[in-house]
Design a protein around this ligand. Sequence first.
Ligand code: LLP
Length: 435
Amino acid sequence: MTDRLPSPDFAYADGALNAEALPLSAIAAQVGTPFYCYSLAGLTRNYRALEAALAGLPATICYALKANSNQAVIAAFAGLGAGADVVSGGELRRALAAGVPPDRIVFSGVGKTRDEIVLALRAGILQLNAESEAELDLISAAAAEAGVTARVSLRINPDVDARTHDKISTGRKQDKFGIAIDRTLPAYARAADLPNLEPAGLAVHIGSQLLSVAPYRAAFARLADRVRALRAVGHDVRCLDLGGGVGIAYRDETPLRFEDYAAAVRETVGDLECELMFEPGRSMVGNAGILVAQVLYVKQGGIRPIAVVDAAMNDLARPAMYGAYHAIVPVPQPQNSQDYVEMDVVGPICESGDTFAVARSLPPLAPGELVAFGSAGAYGSVMSSAYNSRPPAPEVLASGDQFAVVRARLTIETLIGQESVPDWLEPPPAIRGGA
Ligand code: LLP
């Protein structure tokens, strides 16, 4: 099987791969490689598709910034009407800077600091999703000090297995997230008793890259059961945050359809008359982005040919971190599928883990040729690092036949400039002025 990019926004035209109506080679000529490229049409289509599936439900879509927190990407979603799901003070500031209205921002996360809570309360965000009873105490104290009432929802751990990658499964009872479901009633009562807190509802997020609707149905049904139990003892429960997690196609998976997801929502919590919040990340940006790299060398390895490209695990960590599969396609349109050979595709970093693909079927590649890694819009650039002193790759947003660099390539001067040598350290010979 040969790779294809699962996105109509990155397609071949006139013999080469385009981003919307732009040849990627033209972008590469201007910004250099490697670079991330996002399609505005792709972002828009994804958002509109979820919005359409949820039509008729009292829903707010809070785009999960963690998937891709570039200002242009956040601004694009905000322009479509999205709110934001943030998990740190930094993400909160990014959402505000990109123009997301504070009353459409929810703050999730298992370890919010007091400073982050204060920042959120000062900004007047919609709600904090508290993940422990101790966090409720802290939010209450911070809100009292700031003289405000904090709207909170309790993130519940429903003990449901999302059947996704172990490292991104969050709703099993052994996972660190949320308040154990059997503590829902006492925790909610505590929130109701604490000063300066307004408990509004419950929240859940069971994992990421879910390809089946069954775990959602189970988790949402458990949540609905807790809403009824809370109401039975007199609590006001008016909102449910259902998290994110909808899976996309990286290879030949059938992505979870928004329609099926929305049907599960309607079936399980549709009759509760709660306002609903959704926190999609990957499904909004994953397939609207690619990573473009250049082939540096092709050598005959001990087992099969190895293509060394100029992108590495510092740019796209998912293969090294989760064994994730990203489609790889050449930018010049391949002519003859009979020429395809199995090869490994690796980056220049000094670790064997810096391997993007093993025995991947690809057309013969030549040094200087460009390749694109698919489904890289989510958890790509945001997870990049400067390992091996490789400045993280720039990001480009394409729309029709125009593009803009929305994050410049960091320079090694910037990285070195953040560091300093203490003046009590004996200066090395080159700085002492002698050999
Ligand atoms: N809400 C909460 C509370 C979350 O923890 C997450 C993701 C989301 C929403 C968005 O989930 P999504 O719709 O994107 O699946 N780095 C990993 C993914 C980590 C997901 C963490 N939480 C990866 O590259 O696959």
